[in-house]
Design a protein around this ligand. Structure first.
Ligand code: ADP
Length: 489
């Protein structure tokens, strides 16, 4: 295998800073790719958490003025991750959420902050760090998406470029008046350039200029090429149809392993599912639910947002709560949903429990203790919680969208390999129907155990998925090296 060097560019990375699945992927993929002879360094912003987590750090370059202030490019590592860090205190020395001010609104200079990140990727892509000349620059989501555009407009020999869409709903749209400040040429403000409905579209720019586009499941790759799923970018994505692939995310199966998990009450494997009972009891206690081993306990671990469809679950309560069903919800997000779940927990004490917040340890206990995990998303690029659920024997009950469709096999029609319950369209009634179907199946213990074991033997690791990225990188390198289609522009 020819070794390939990849500069991955991401605005968050597990285990240092995470708001969602993007961080999980940015943290896990580089490590998994080592087995495919792909050497990855990841460029991340120098948030306080990143500066603190960095070991063996050394400055490579310093600029007195980079995007409005003194900045350095630092390299170092965090565990197995090799990092380049854009240490630009005027842009990133802000604690907490990477995108939001303490008041919970977008930082007003987000356009400049993440243009700075992409510009640094461009610099490295063009050879600024002589010890690491990437074959590929791989940008993740809108925050990194200007990198392929900068490389394109540099007019210099450049590495291949990939953009991965983790969630098309977040597009990075900023006023056209910023064009000069972010260092793009005037002629880039065109339909074939970075222009997006009269503004500058960062994700649009990435989708326009990257050699290849990936997203995180085959079904989502199709959905985003439709008018509805394309969220304003469907037309552009259709023109790039031949360059788009859907590669499923994996999870870190050493962190998510019920046989070794230090964060759960009782460890178990597929051969000892009875040991889940202690986790169920601990979960019921933690959420103030009635301590009943035979209740059908459903878990939710999620951002509370329209995307996730959890308003539908609230609306389904009248159909569900008359049954022997309990619900443990862990989530944070929209104030309205947080309030409604708090209220539901009060109104249905003993049957519904809600913890509003972000709590990794509790997420592990929910996976280990609940009978089913509900993910009723309106759209879901890949989804990670259902992958963890499969691994933990919490049977996923999911909508038939995006990666949920691709990673869960419905009990009806899946023959011997059923791993969960799916519903479509994404409505309250269909959701309630799927939960009731699962509840009925739960009554047949041997059949339920089979569904759990099928899930637990499903491959949800990064191993094979990482190889797909490795193949893609090699394909791009080969295509770009092959005359006459070589394109260095
Ligand atoms: P998204 O990236 O859209 O939020 P994913 O399912 O792709 O959704 O990834 C979400 C990740 O964040 C999962 O690893 C999930 O376990 C975790 N997560 C979400 N909300 C919480 C929470 N409140 N507490 C702990 N972990 C959470």
């Amino acid at each position: 295998m020819t070794p390939v060097r990849v500069l991955s560019v991401a605005s968050e990375i597990y285990p240092i800073i995470k708001t969602g699945g993007l961080a999980d992927v940015a943290g896990a993929l580089p490590i998994a790719l080592a087995a495919d002879d792909v050497e990855v360094r990841t460029l991340v912003p120098g948030y306080p958490d990143v500066m603190e987590a960095l070991s063996g750090a050394g400055a490579i370059f310093e600029w007195p003025l980079f995007f409005g202030g003194a900045s350095r490019l630092v390299q170092g590592s965090c565990g197995e991750l090799k990092l380049f860090v854009l240490d630009a205190p005027h842009l990133f020395a802000r604690p907490g959420n990477p995108y939001l001010s303490p008041e919970g609104v977008d930082w007003p200079d987000n356009g400049l902050r993440f243009a700075g990140l992409a510009r640094m990727a461009d610099n490295i892509g063009l050879g600024a760090v002589t010890s690491f000349l990437p074959d590929i620059v791989h940008a993740h989501d809108w925050q990194a998406a200007l990198a392929p555009a900068y490389l394109h407009y540099s007019g210099r020999p450049r590495p291949g470029t990939v953009i991965t869409v983790h969630n098309l709903a977040f597009q990075g749209r900023f006023p056209r008046s910023m064009l000069e400040a972010i260092g793009l040429p005037p002629d880039s403000l065109a339909v074939q350039g970075v222009e997006y409905y009269g503004d500058i579209g960062y994700l649009k720019a990435g989708l326009q200029f990257a050699d290849r586009v990936t997203t995180v499941s085959p079904t989502y790759a199709r959905e985003i090429q439709s008018d509805e799923g394309g969220m304003g970018l469907g037309g552009l994505l259709r023109t790039r149809s031949g360059d788009i692939s859907g590669i499923l995310n994996g999870i870190d199966t050493s962190v998510w392993n019920p046989a070794t998990d230090p964060q759960i009450a009782s460890r178990y494997d597929a051969g000892g599912l009875d040991r889940r009972a202690a986790n169920k009891a601990a979960l019921q206690q933690r959420f103030g639910l009635e301590p009943r081993a035979d209740a059908f306990l459903l878990g939710v671990i999620s951002r509370l947002s329209w995307q996730k469809g959890l308003d539908l679950l609230l609306e389904a309560f009248p159909a569900l709560l008359g049954e022997d069903i309990q619900l443990a919800v862990l989530g944070s997000g929209d104030a309205d949903l947080q309030e409604r779940y708090r209220g539901a927990a009060q109104a249905h004490a003993g049957k519904v429990g809600a913890v509003i917040g972000y709590d990794e340890a509790l997420a592990h206990l929910i996976q280990a203790g609940s009978d089913g995990l509900v993910v009723p998303s309106r759209f879901e690029p890949c989804g990670l919680t259902q992958l963890c659920a499969l691994r933990y024997g919490a049977v996923p009950i999911v909508s038939r969208v995006g990666g949920l469709e691709d990673t869960v096999a419905d009990a009806d029609g899946a023959g011997g390999v059923a791993t969960g319950f799916k519903f479509a369209p994404v409505t309250t009634d269909r959701l309630a129907g799927a939960v009731l179907r699962a509840h009925a199946a739960f009554a047949d213990k041997p059949a339920w155990r089979t569904i759990q074991r099928n899930g637990m033997s499903t491959d949800v690791s990064w191993r094979n998925r990482a190889s797909r990225y490795a193949d893609l990188y090699r394909e791009i390198v080969k295509t770009r090296a092959a005359p006459p289609s070589a394109d260095t522009g």
